[in-house]
Design a protein around this ligand. Structure first.
Ligand SMILES: Nc1nc2c(ncn2[C@@H]2O[C@H](COP(=O)(O)OP(=O)(O)OP(=O)(O)O)[C@@H](O)[C@H]2O)c(=O)[nH]1
Ligand SMILES: [Mg+2]
Length: 397
Protein backbone atom coordinates (compact mmCIF):
# COMPACT_ATOMS: atom_id res chain seq x y z
CA UNK A 1 0.00 0.00 0.00
CA UNK A 2 1.33 3.40 -0.97
CA UNK A 3 1.51 6.25 1.48
CA UNK A 4 -1.40 8.59 0.77
CA UNK A 5 0.36 11.50 -0.85
CA UNK A 6 -2.22 12.98 -3.18
CA UNK A 7 -0.17 15.89 -4.41
CA UNK A 8 2.95 16.17 -6.51
CA UNK A 9 5.94 18.26 -5.58
CA UNK A 10 6.03 19.59 -9.17
CA UNK A 11 2.56 21.08 -8.65
CA UNK A 12 3.74 22.86 -5.54
CA UNK A 13 6.89 24.12 -7.22
CA UNK A 14 4.78 25.51 -10.07
CA UNK A 15 2.55 27.25 -7.51
CA UNK A 16 -0.62 25.26 -8.23
CA UNK A 17 -3.08 26.75 -5.75
CA UNK A 18 -5.06 23.59 -5.16
CA UNK A 19 -1.96 21.50 -4.56
CA UNK A 20 -0.67 24.10 -2.11
CA UNK A 21 -3.99 24.27 -0.29
CA UNK A 22 -4.13 20.48 0.03
CA UNK A 23 -0.57 20.32 1.31
CA UNK A 24 -1.26 23.03 3.91
CA UNK A 25 -4.25 21.06 5.15
CA UNK A 26 -2.12 17.93 5.47
CA UNK A 27 0.58 19.85 7.35
CA UNK A 28 -2.00 21.37 9.63
CA UNK A 29 -3.49 18.00 10.51
CA UNK A 30 -0.02 16.75 11.40
CA UNK A 31 -0.65 13.26 10.03
CA UNK A 32 1.90 10.99 8.40
CA UNK A 33 1.76 12.81 5.03
CA UNK A 34 3.44 15.71 6.83
CA UNK A 35 6.79 13.93 6.73
CA UNK A 36 6.68 13.31 3.00
CA UNK A 37 5.70 16.91 2.26
CA UNK A 38 8.27 18.32 4.65
CA UNK A 39 10.94 16.24 3.11
CA UNK A 40 10.13 16.94 -0.51
CA UNK A 41 10.01 20.71 -0.04
CA UNK A 42 13.21 20.83 2.06
CA UNK A 43 15.46 20.96 -1.00
CA UNK A 44 13.64 23.93 -2.47
CA UNK A 45 13.58 26.41 0.39
CA UNK A 46 15.66 29.47 1.15
CA UNK A 47 14.55 31.92 -1.55
CA UNK A 48 11.70 33.76 0.12
CA UNK A 49 11.97 36.68 2.49
CA UNK A 50 9.98 35.61 5.55
CA UNK A 51 8.57 38.51 7.53
CA UNK A 52 7.01 37.93 10.93
CA UNK A 53 4.47 40.51 12.06
CA UNK A 54 3.50 40.33 15.69
CA UNK A 55 2.02 42.60 18.33
CA UNK A 56 -0.95 42.99 20.67
CA UNK A 57 -4.50 41.85 19.77
CA UNK A 58 -6.36 44.43 17.70
CA UNK A 59 -3.15 46.38 17.19
CA UNK A 60 -3.61 46.67 13.44
CA UNK A 61 -1.51 43.73 12.26
CA UNK A 62 -3.96 42.41 9.68
CA UNK A 63 -4.70 45.86 8.34
CA UNK A 64 -0.99 46.53 7.98
CA UNK A 65 -0.47 43.16 6.31
CA UNK A 66 -3.18 43.84 3.72
CA UNK A 67 -1.68 47.23 2.92
CA UNK A 68 1.75 45.63 2.70
CA UNK A 69 0.47 43.00 0.26
CA UNK A 70 -0.73 45.73 -2.08
CA UNK A 71 2.51 47.64 -1.83
CA UNK A 72 4.61 44.53 -2.46
CA UNK A 73 2.42 43.49 -5.41
CA UNK A 74 2.88 46.97 -6.86
CA UNK A 75 6.60 46.18 -6.85
CA UNK A 76 5.90 42.93 -8.74
CA UNK A 77 6.65 40.70 -5.76
CA UNK A 78 4.52 37.64 -5.06
CA UNK A 79 3.26 37.32 -1.50
CA UNK A 80 1.96 34.52 0.70
CA UNK A 81 0.42 35.24 4.08
CA UNK A 82 0.07 32.90 7.01
CA UNK A 83 -2.23 34.20 9.73
CA UNK A 84 -1.63 32.24 12.86
CA UNK A 85 -4.61 32.12 15.11
CA UNK A 86 -4.17 29.88 18.11
CA UNK A 87 -7.70 30.28 19.44
CA UNK A 88 -10.18 30.62 16.61
CA UNK A 89 -9.63 28.82 13.32
CA UNK A 90 -10.85 31.07 10.53
CA UNK A 91 -10.37 30.19 6.90
CA UNK A 92 -9.14 32.24 4.01
CA UNK A 93 -8.82 35.97 4.04
CA UNK A 94 -11.56 36.56 6.59
CA UNK A 95 -8.98 36.61 9.33
CA UNK A 96 -7.40 39.68 7.84
CA UNK A 97 -8.64 43.14 8.64
CA UNK A 98 -10.04 44.51 5.42
CA UNK A 99 -12.20 41.83 3.89
CA UNK A 100 -13.21 43.72 0.77
CA UNK A 101 -9.65 44.38 -0.19
CA UNK A 102 -8.68 40.80 0.60
CA UNK A 103 -11.49 39.46 -1.59
CA UNK A 104 -9.90 41.15 -4.60
CA UNK A 105 -6.49 39.82 -3.63
CA UNK A 106 -7.62 36.21 -3.39
CA UNK A 107 -8.21 36.24 -7.15
CA UNK A 108 -4.65 37.48 -7.74
CA UNK A 109 -2.34 34.56 -8.63
CA UNK A 110 0.57 36.31 -6.96
CA UNK A 111 -1.09 36.28 -3.56
CA UNK A 112 -1.92 33.34 -1.32
CA UNK A 113 -3.52 33.81 2.08
CA UNK A 114 -4.08 31.09 4.62
CA UNK A 115 -4.98 31.13 8.26
CA UNK A 116 -3.61 28.37 10.38
CA UNK A 117 -5.24 26.70 13.32
CA UNK A 118 -3.39 25.06 16.14
CA UNK A 119 -2.62 21.37 15.89
CA UNK A 120 -4.26 21.13 19.25
CA UNK A 121 -1.27 20.29 21.37
CA UNK A 122 1.47 22.33 22.91
CA UNK A 123 4.14 23.26 20.42
CA UNK A 124 2.13 21.96 17.48
CA UNK A 125 1.16 25.40 16.38
CA UNK A 126 4.62 26.63 15.62
CA UNK A 127 5.65 23.31 14.10
CA UNK A 128 2.83 23.54 11.55
CA UNK A 129 3.64 27.18 10.84
CA UNK A 130 7.29 26.35 10.18
CA UNK A 131 6.27 23.63 7.72
CA UNK A 132 3.82 25.90 5.93
CA UNK A 133 6.48 28.61 5.67
CA UNK A 134 8.79 26.12 3.96
CA UNK A 135 5.97 25.00 1.67
CA UNK A 136 5.23 28.57 0.49
CA UNK A 137 8.94 29.21 0.16
CA UNK A 138 9.33 26.15 -2.08
CA UNK A 139 6.29 27.28 -4.08
CA UNK A 140 8.33 30.31 -5.06
CA UNK A 141 6.60 33.20 -3.31
CA UNK A 142 9.00 36.13 -3.01
CA UNK A 143 7.72 37.34 0.33
CA UNK A 144 6.01 35.38 3.11
CA UNK A 145 4.27 37.28 5.85
CA UNK A 146 3.43 35.50 9.07
CA UNK A 147 0.93 37.29 11.30
CA UNK A 148 0.84 36.13 14.92
CA UNK A 149 -0.81 37.69 17.94
CA UNK A 150 1.82 38.82 20.38
CA UNK A 151 0.64 37.03 23.45
CA UNK A 152 2.38 34.11 25.02
CA UNK A 153 5.07 31.89 23.64
CA UNK A 154 3.78 31.12 20.17
CA UNK A 155 4.73 34.40 18.56
CA UNK A 156 8.23 34.22 19.92
CA UNK A 157 8.52 30.80 18.30
CA UNK A 158 6.98 31.92 15.03
CA UNK A 159 9.32 34.85 14.75
CA UNK A 160 12.21 32.41 15.06
CA UNK A 161 11.28 31.14 11.62
CA UNK A 162 11.25 34.63 10.14
CA UNK A 163 14.13 36.39 8.45
CA UNK A 164 12.74 39.75 9.52
CA UNK A 165 10.69 40.37 12.65
CA UNK A 166 8.37 43.34 12.87
CA UNK A 167 6.72 44.18 16.16
CA UNK A 168 3.73 46.47 15.84
CA UNK A 169 2.92 48.84 18.63
CA UNK A 170 -0.36 50.78 18.40
CA UNK A 171 -0.67 54.05 20.32
CA UNK A 172 -2.09 54.14 23.79
CA UNK A 173 -0.77 50.83 25.06
CA UNK A 174 0.53 52.50 28.20
CA UNK A 175 1.85 49.81 30.48
CA UNK A 176 1.51 47.24 27.70
CA UNK A 177 4.52 48.76 26.03
CA UNK A 178 6.40 47.42 29.01
CA UNK A 179 4.83 44.00 28.39
CA UNK A 180 6.19 44.01 24.85
CA UNK A 181 9.56 44.86 26.27
CA UNK A 182 9.51 41.81 28.52
CA UNK A 183 8.55 39.46 25.73
CA UNK A 184 9.89 40.40 22.34
CA UNK A 185 11.81 43.61 22.46
CA UNK A 186 15.08 41.77 22.01
CA UNK A 187 14.04 39.85 18.91
CA UNK A 188 12.50 42.67 16.87
CA UNK A 189 14.25 43.90 13.72
CA UNK A 190 11.89 46.85 13.44
CA UNK A 191 9.03 48.45 15.32
CA UNK A 192 6.01 49.88 13.60
CA UNK A 193 3.73 52.29 15.42
CA UNK A 194 0.44 51.45 13.71
CA UNK A 195 -2.61 53.73 13.71
CA UNK A 196 -0.26 56.71 13.69
CA UNK A 197 -3.26 58.94 12.94
CA UNK A 198 -4.32 58.51 16.57
CA UNK A 199 -3.28 61.25 19.04
CA UNK A 200 -1.02 59.10 21.24
CA UNK A 201 1.19 57.92 18.37
CA UNK A 202 4.06 60.35 18.95
CA UNK A 203 4.23 59.42 22.62
CA UNK A 204 4.30 55.68 21.81
CA UNK A 205 7.14 56.31 19.38
CA UNK A 206 9.08 58.20 22.06
CA UNK A 207 8.49 55.44 24.62
CA UNK A 208 9.72 52.81 22.20
CA UNK A 209 12.84 54.76 21.34
CA UNK A 210 13.56 55.30 25.02
CA UNK A 211 13.25 51.58 25.66
CA UNK A 212 15.50 50.72 22.73
CA UNK A 213 18.15 53.02 24.12
CA UNK A 214 18.26 50.77 27.18
CA UNK A 215 18.99 47.63 25.20
CA UNK A 216 22.21 45.97 26.24
CA UNK A 217 23.22 45.32 22.66
CA UNK A 218 23.50 48.69 20.92
CA UNK A 219 25.37 47.38 17.86
CA UNK A 220 22.15 47.24 15.85
CA UNK A 221 19.28 49.48 16.85
CA UNK A 222 15.99 48.49 15.20
CA UNK A 223 14.23 51.35 13.44
CA UNK A 224 10.89 52.67 14.69
CA UNK A 225 8.49 53.49 11.87
CA UNK A 226 4.97 54.90 11.84
CA UNK A 227 2.12 53.85 9.57
CA UNK A 228 -1.45 54.90 8.90
CA UNK A 229 -3.30 52.13 7.11
CA UNK A 230 -6.13 54.20 5.70
CA UNK A 231 -3.98 56.87 4.07
CA UNK A 232 -1.01 54.61 3.35
CA UNK A 233 1.31 56.97 5.20
CA UNK A 234 4.63 55.37 6.10
CA UNK A 235 4.01 52.24 4.01
CA UNK A 236 6.46 53.12 1.25
CA UNK A 237 9.25 53.67 3.83
CA UNK A 238 8.45 50.35 5.47
CA UNK A 239 8.50 48.50 2.15
CA UNK A 240 11.75 50.24 1.14
CA UNK A 241 13.30 49.13 4.40
CA UNK A 242 12.03 45.56 3.94
CA UNK A 243 13.25 45.31 0.36
CA UNK A 244 16.67 46.66 1.29
CA UNK A 245 17.23 44.02 3.93
CA UNK A 246 19.60 41.31 2.82
CA UNK A 247 18.29 38.65 5.13
CA UNK A 248 16.45 36.43 2.70
CA UNK A 249 16.56 32.82 3.75
CA UNK A 250 18.76 33.55 6.75
CA UNK A 251 16.44 31.54 8.95
CA UNK A 252 17.82 28.43 7.32
CA UNK A 253 21.43 29.15 8.03
CA UNK A 254 21.09 28.41 11.69
CA UNK A 255 18.57 25.59 11.37
CA UNK A 256 20.06 22.32 12.60
CA UNK A 257 17.04 20.39 11.28
CA UNK A 258 17.61 21.58 7.74
CA UNK A 259 21.31 20.86 7.93
CA UNK A 260 20.50 17.32 9.11
CA UNK A 261 17.94 16.82 6.32
CA UNK A 262 20.41 17.94 3.69
CA UNK A 263 23.21 15.77 5.03
CA UNK A 264 21.10 12.65 5.51
CA UNK A 265 19.45 12.85 2.11
CA UNK A 266 22.95 12.86 0.64
CA UNK A 267 24.02 9.95 2.82
CA UNK A 268 21.09 7.73 1.90
CA UNK A 269 21.58 8.49 -1.79
CA UNK A 270 25.23 7.50 -1.46
CA UNK A 271 24.28 4.19 0.22
CA UNK A 272 24.19 1.32 -2.30
CA UNK A 273 22.45 -1.10 0.04
CA UNK A 274 19.74 1.39 0.96
CA UNK A 275 19.17 1.99 -2.76
CA UNK A 276 19.02 -1.75 -3.41
CA UNK A 277 16.35 -2.17 -0.75
CA UNK A 278 14.42 0.90 -1.96
CA UNK A 279 14.74 2.79 1.33
CA UNK A 280 13.59 6.41 1.44
CA UNK A 281 14.41 9.04 4.02
CA UNK A 282 11.27 10.90 5.02
CA UNK A 283 12.38 12.96 7.98
CA UNK A 284 15.56 13.96 9.73
CA UNK A 285 16.76 16.15 12.55
CA UNK A 286 19.91 16.12 14.67
CA UNK A 287 19.97 12.72 16.39
CA UNK A 288 16.98 11.28 14.61
CA UNK A 289 15.94 9.89 11.23
CA UNK A 290 12.83 8.31 9.74
CA UNK A 291 13.12 5.92 6.81
CA UNK A 292 10.45 3.97 4.95
CA UNK A 293 10.40 0.86 2.80
CA UNK A 294 7.80 -0.85 0.65
CA UNK A 295 8.06 -4.62 1.06
CA UNK A 296 8.65 -5.99 -2.41
CA UNK A 297 9.42 -9.37 -3.99
CA UNK A 298 13.14 -9.15 -3.29
CA UNK A 299 12.46 -8.64 0.44
CA UNK A 300 10.39 -11.84 0.77
CA UNK A 301 11.79 -14.97 2.46
CA UNK A 302 11.06 -18.65 1.68
CA UNK A 303 8.07 -18.42 3.97
CA UNK A 304 6.40 -15.75 1.85
CA UNK A 305 6.94 -13.02 4.44
CA UNK A 306 9.28 -10.05 4.68
CA UNK A 307 12.82 -11.25 5.45
CA UNK A 308 14.06 -10.42 8.94
CA UNK A 309 17.28 -9.20 7.38
CA UNK A 310 15.38 -6.63 5.35
CA UNK A 311 13.62 -5.39 8.48
CA UNK A 312 16.95 -5.20 10.28
CA UNK A 313 18.49 -3.34 7.33
CA UNK A 314 15.65 -0.82 7.39
CA UNK A 315 16.10 -0.22 11.13
CA UNK A 316 19.87 -0.21 10.90
CA UNK A 317 19.78 2.35 8.10
CA UNK A 318 17.56 4.68 10.15
CA UNK A 319 19.85 4.17 13.13
CA UNK A 320 22.96 4.79 11.06
CA UNK A 321 21.53 8.03 9.69
CA UNK A 322 20.42 9.22 13.13
CA UNK A 323 23.83 8.68 14.71
CA UNK A 324 25.68 10.23 11.74
CA UNK A 325 23.35 13.23 11.56
CA UNK A 326 25.81 15.56 13.28
CA UNK A 327 28.36 15.10 10.52
CA UNK A 328 30.70 13.00 12.62
CA UNK A 329 31.31 9.36 11.68
CA UNK A 330 29.54 6.87 13.93
CA UNK A 331 29.67 3.12 13.49
CA UNK A 332 27.53 0.34 14.94
CA UNK A 333 29.34 -1.91 17.42
CA UNK A 334 26.34 -3.74 18.84
CA UNK A 335 22.79 -4.02 17.55
CA UNK A 336 19.78 -6.10 18.56
CA UNK A 337 16.40 -6.56 17.00
CA UNK A 338 13.14 -7.94 18.28
CA UNK A 339 10.35 -8.65 15.84
CA UNK A 340 6.78 -8.61 17.06
CA UNK A 341 4.80 -9.20 13.90
CA UNK A 342 5.11 -10.81 10.47
CA UNK A 343 5.05 -8.47 7.48
CA UNK A 344 3.50 -9.22 4.11
CA UNK A 345 4.57 -8.11 0.66
CA UNK A 346 3.15 -4.74 -0.44
CA UNK A 347 3.15 -3.28 3.06
CA UNK A 348 4.94 -0.04 3.88
CA UNK A 349 7.17 0.00 6.94
CA UNK A 350 8.42 3.12 8.68
CA UNK A 351 11.51 3.08 10.89
CA UNK A 352 11.99 5.95 13.29
CA UNK A 353 15.42 6.12 14.93
CA UNK A 354 16.20 8.40 17.84
CA UNK A 355 18.98 9.09 20.26
CA UNK A 356 18.80 7.69 23.79
CA UNK A 357 22.16 9.02 24.93
CA UNK A 358 25.37 10.26 23.42
CA UNK A 359 28.70 10.88 25.08
CA UNK A 360 32.07 11.78 23.59
CA UNK A 361 32.77 8.26 22.28
CA UNK A 362 29.59 6.22 22.60
CA UNK A 363 26.02 6.69 21.45
CA UNK A 364 22.92 4.68 22.24
CA UNK A 365 20.03 4.64 19.74
CA UNK A 366 16.60 3.08 19.47
CA UNK A 367 14.51 2.38 16.42
CA UNK A 368 10.79 1.70 16.30
CA UNK A 369 9.53 0.05 13.14
CA UNK A 370 5.82 0.38 12.47
CA UNK A 371 3.30 -0.23 9.68
CA UNK A 372 2.65 3.00 7.77
CA UNK A 373 -1.00 2.03 7.32
CA UNK A 374 -1.97 2.01 10.99
CA UNK A 375 1.10 2.79 13.06
CA UNK A 376 1.17 -0.76 14.47
CA UNK A 377 4.46 -1.77 16.09
CA UNK A 378 6.36 -4.33 14.02
CA UNK A 379 9.90 -4.42 15.38
CA UNK A 380 12.33 -2.63 17.66
CA UNK A 381 16.05 -2.16 17.38
CA UNK A 382 18.59 -1.04 19.87
CA UNK A 383 22.12 -0.15 18.89
CA UNK A 384 25.31 1.11 20.45
CA UNK A 385 27.56 3.14 18.19
CA UNK A 386 31.16 4.16 18.47
CA UNK A 387 31.92 7.76 17.55
CA UNK A 388 35.06 8.36 15.53
CA UNK A 389 37.06 11.56 15.62
CA UNK A 390 36.39 12.04 11.92
CA UNK A 391 33.98 14.10 9.89
CA UNK A 392 31.82 12.49 7.24
CA UNK A 393 32.97 13.02 3.68
CA UNK A 394 30.02 12.88 1.32
CA UNK A 395 30.19 13.79 -2.31
CA UNK A 396 28.66 17.20 -2.88
CA UNK A 397 28.66 18.15 0.79
N1 LIG B 1 -7.31 54.74 13.14
C1 LIG B 1 -6.76 53.67 12.64
N2 LIG B 1 -7.31 52.45 12.85
C2 LIG B 1 -6.70 51.37 12.35
C3 LIG B 1 -5.52 51.45 11.57
N3 LIG B 1 -5.15 50.21 11.23
C4 LIG B 1 -6.06 49.38 11.76
N4 LIG B 1 -7.00 50.07 12.43
C5 LIG B 1 -8.17 49.50 13.13
O1 LIG B 1 -7.78 48.72 14.23
C6 LIG B 1 -8.65 47.61 14.41
C7 LIG B 1 -7.89 46.33 14.51
O2 LIG B 1 -7.23 46.11 13.29
P1 LIG B 1 -6.69 44.70 12.82
O3 LIG B 1 -5.86 44.94 11.63
O4 LIG B 1 -7.79 43.72 12.71
O5 LIG B 1 -5.79 44.33 14.07
P2 LIG B 1 -5.04 42.95 14.37
O6 LIG B 1 -3.80 43.29 15.12
O7 LIG B 1 -4.88 42.17 13.14
O8 LIG B 1 -6.07 42.25 15.32
P3 LIG B 1 -6.06 40.71 15.80
O9 LIG B 1 -5.68 39.87 14.63
O10 LIG B 1 -7.48 40.48 16.24
O11 LIG B 1 -5.10 40.62 16.92
C8 LIG B 1 -9.62 47.65 13.24
O12 LIG B 1 -10.81 48.21 13.66
C9 LIG B 1 -8.92 48.54 12.24
O13 LIG B 1 -9.81 49.21 11.39
C10 LIG B 1 -4.96 52.77 11.34
O14 LIG B 1 -3.95 52.96 10.68
N5 LIG B 1 -5.61 53.81 11.91
MG1 LIG C 1 -5.41 40.08 12.73
Amino acid sequence: MRMPVEFRIEDILSRDRRAIARAVTALESGDERMHAIRFSVAEHVGHAHVIGVTGPPGGGKSTLVSVLIEALRARSLTVAVIAVDPSSPITGGAVLGDRIRMGAMQSDDGVFIRSLASRGHLGGLSAAAADVIDLFDAAGFDVLIVEAVGSGQSEVEITRYADTRIVICPPGLGDDVQAIKAGILEIADAFVVTKADLPDAARTEEQLKAMLALRTDQSIVPPVMKTVAVSGEGIAQLVDWLCAREHKGTRHLGSPANAARKLLSKLIRADGYARHLGLELIEASPGSATVRMEVQAHHINFNGRCHGGAIFALGDTALGLACNSYGRIATLVDGQISIASAVEGGEWLVAHAFEVSRSRKIGSYRVNITRARNGQYVAGLHGTVYLLDQSLQVEGS
